[in-house]
Structure formats: C-alpha cells, structure tokens
Design a protein around this ligand. Sequence first.
Ligand SMILES: CC(C)(COP(=O)(O)OP(=O)(O)OC[C@H]1O[C@@H](n2cnc3c(N)ncnc32)[C@H](O)[C@@H]1OP(=O)(O)O)[C@@H](O)C(=O)NCCC(=O)NCCS
Length: 206
Amino acid sequence: MANLRKLCRKLDRLLTELGAGVVAGPYAWPAAYRQRVPQRVTILTTTRLVLTTWTRADAPELHQVHSDPETMRYVRSGRPETLDETESLIDSYMREQSERGWTKWRLADLQGRIVGRAGFGPHGDGRELGYTIRRDMWGKGMATEIASALVDRHRADAVKNEASHLRAYVAVANAPSSRVLEKVGLACVGTLDHDGTPCYLYRLPE
Ligand SMILES: CC(C)(COP(=O)(O)OP(=O)(O)OC[C@H]1O[C@@H](n2cnc3c(N)ncnc32)[C@H](O)[C@@H]1OP(=O)(O)O)[C@@H](O)C(=O)NCCC(=O)NCCS
C-alpha cells in the first residue's frame, strides 16, 4: 500500500507538471489523473438535461439539494440529510448501477451543473419512478422533461424484459409531483399509507 501511495504521488507530480491539480487524499487516484479519465457514464440526454452515473466526488453538490427542508419534505425520510447520508446514498446508487445497470442517476443541465437526481428504484419485479429537482429550478418543466424520457427508457427496457412495470408513490399533498406523473402518462390507481404519509399510487398503463 505504501508503494502504491508513493506511485500515486509520483504520478500526480508528473501529471501536475503537465498542468493539473493536487492529490485529494493518500488513497485517492491522483487528482490530475482523475481529471483526465471520464468518470461518469451518460445514460440519456434530453433537450435541456443529461442523466449520468455518479462519482463519490458528487456528494457535496447532491448534498446541496438534499439539505434543503422544502425539497426533502416528501422524499426519503422527509427531512434534510447530512453529508454522510448523501455520501452513503451515492454509494448505494453506484452499487445498484454496477449490480443491475439502473438506479437514480445524476441529473444535470447541458453545462454539467447539477439539477437533481432521477431514475428508477426497485419495486417488486418492476421499477419505481423517482425524481428530485433543485429548488431554484422548480416550475421550469425539468421534472416533466426527465420523467418523460425515463418513461420512454422504461418502455424500451421492458421490451427487453429487464423490467415489467413502472409505479410511483406520491404524497397526497405533493400536487406538483402528481401533475408531473399525469403529464407523462401514469395513472392514479389508488391510495395507501406509506410510513404514516397518505400517498397516491401511480402506474404506467401496460
Ligand atoms: C415535484 C417536483 C419534482 C416538480 O418539479 P418541477 O421541475 O417543478 O416540475 P414541472 O415544472 O415539470 O411540472 C410541475 C407541474 O406541477 C404544477 N404545479 C405546481 N404547483 C402546483 C400545485 N400546488 N398544485 C397543482 N399543480 C401544481 C405546475 O403548474 C406544472 O404543471 P403544468 O406544466 O401543467 O403547469 C419538484 O418540486 C421537486 O423536486 N420537489 C421535491 C422532491 C419531490 O417531491 N420529488 C417527488 C417525489 S414523489
């Protein structure tokens, strides 16, 4: 391990001389090397948005989204999250991606700035659609744009038999999210209690 660290430092110095940054930590890949290797894989793009896989370095920017109480009111535990929790979440997204090839991905604008996250969670032998948009981007049609692309993606995957159904749960009080689901073709099929929160269950007609 000591040799590996030494090697990393040496490589970093070398690459830094060629015009890049500094080492982030003793076990990290040299920063200069990281800058040269594309770490995110693009899943899909829309007119204004790009969905990619995550890297651990994305935790602080996702944390900006997940530390906002208003944004988190109807998602996950219903409260703002700590940076540690966001890091664990990104780890789980990266694990899901490598194990089954789909997860909730990093959502960015075409300049690469984070817009939120969107994608699929497991739901029986199918999937649950999910999205969270950075608060200052609400009301611009971002959720509708990415949800629509994900519905198309799900239909294409389902043809290959990777996933059979698509569902979504929405807190009854979360009217904007219900509206998004209806605009992209999901239908409300009932209500249920989700950890004490009354929710609508939506389904993509099969
Ligand atoms: C819900 C959320 C994803 C919506 O994102 P968005 O990018 O603002 O959504 P869009 O702009 O694509 O569409 C919102 C729609 O809801 C409508 N809307 C907004 N407020 C509304 C309200 N109080 N009642 C009914 N409809 C409302 C908008 O008018 C728009 O519909 P329209 O295009 O027909 O006018 C966003 O607010 C968010 O990230 N919230 C926090 C996380 C969350 O709740 N995620 C969903 C968990 S199920």
